[in-house]
Design a protein around this ligand. Structure first.
Ligand code: MG
Length: 296
């Protein structure tokens, strides 16, 4: 019997809350890192790894798994933490963020189970995602490829070369997710180099586009559930988010793009992120199987 919508959203919101706590936990372990872009992406990552993606945490190289590429690789605190919550890696790895010999680095590294591409140099994820989606077609596999991009990352021209290629090849098995938190490393995107009208740009490049509130779990689940938005085009989800979401002093500011985290800051952050009722550690360690019923 399918999970009731209310229970589903409650479960995913609990995972997202725990994910934000784990991001701060990781940043404290390393002494600092990229809070803002990790926290803006947290709700979508929770929905992907606990509902949408067809993955097997205990068989990370399963050939038919969906591919997820975090092109905005500086947000790896969130990717590593969600991989731990989903059971790809053990929970303790969160406490070894950016540590010597740790697979959990400041940017994604394919030596960590569940990471599909080492990223961090911006503008590389979507071109590789195009290759993954083309590869699926050539090999006759039904997996879907998702690439998450930052809005500031869209300053990189390679994204638009990839966007042209994806529509040329009609890659309906490819989805770009833009974490549109409006803020970049050193200021607001609109002030550094404007990218609007963003939706019109993606449409002009031949993509089917939807816009959502990237912190509204109902909208997130509905959008992922509607993929592909068009059976002859790649899909783009423009998710409007808040950089640093969830902790008041980190929200909507470039200052928290990357910053040191000491014990005092950690406690201030966690005080604003009290666990939701269902977000117990026991629950997060339950094995997840999120295989979709129908191929895409
Ligand atoms: Mg941004």
């Amino acid at each position: 019997m399918p999970e009731a919508r209310e229970a589903l959203l409650e479960r995913l919101e609990s995972q997202a809350r725990l994910l934000r706590r784990n991001v701060w936990r990781a940043l404290r372990a390393s002494g600092g890192g990229h809070a803002g872009g990790s926290l803006s992406a947290a709700d979508m990552l929770a929905a992907l790894y606990f509902h949408t993606l067809k993955v097997r945490p205990h068989e990370p190289d399963w050939p038919d798994r969906d591919r997820f590429v975090l092109s905005k690789g500086h947000a790896n605190a969130a990717l590593g933490a969600v991989l731990a919550q989903a059971g790809f890696v053990e929970d303790g790895v969160i406490d070894r963020f950016y540590g010597m010999e740790s697979p959990f680095g400041m940017h994604p590294d394919i030596k960590m189970a569940g990471v599909e591409m080492s990223t961090g140099g911006l503008g590389h994820g979507l071109p590789v995602g195009v290759g993954m989606a083309l590869g699926a077609r050539i090999k006759g596999r039904s997996f879907h490829t998702y690439v998450m991009l930052g809005d500031g990352e869209l300053h990189e021209g390679s994204n638009w070369e990839a966007a042209m290629s994806a529509s040329h090849y009609r890659l309906s098995n490819l989805t770009a997710i833009v974490d549109a938190n409006r803020v970049s490393q050193s200021g607001h995107v609109a002030e550094i180099l404007g990218i609007e009208p963003l939706v019109d740009k993606w449409r002009a490049f031949g993509w089917e586009v939807r816009e959502i509130d990237g912190h509204d779990m109902g909208q997130i689940v509905d959008a992922f559930g509607a993929l592909p938005f068009n059976r002859k085009k790649p899909s783009c989800l423009v998710a409007h988010t808040v950089k640093g979401k969830g902790v008041s002093f980190a929200e909507d500011t470039y200052v928290w793009h990357s910053k040191d985290v000491d014990d005092e800051i950690l406690q201030k952050a966690l005080a604003e992120l009290t666990p939701l009722e269902r977000a117990t550690l026991t629950e997060t360690l339950e094995p997840v199987t999120t295989e979709l019923e129908a191929p895409r």
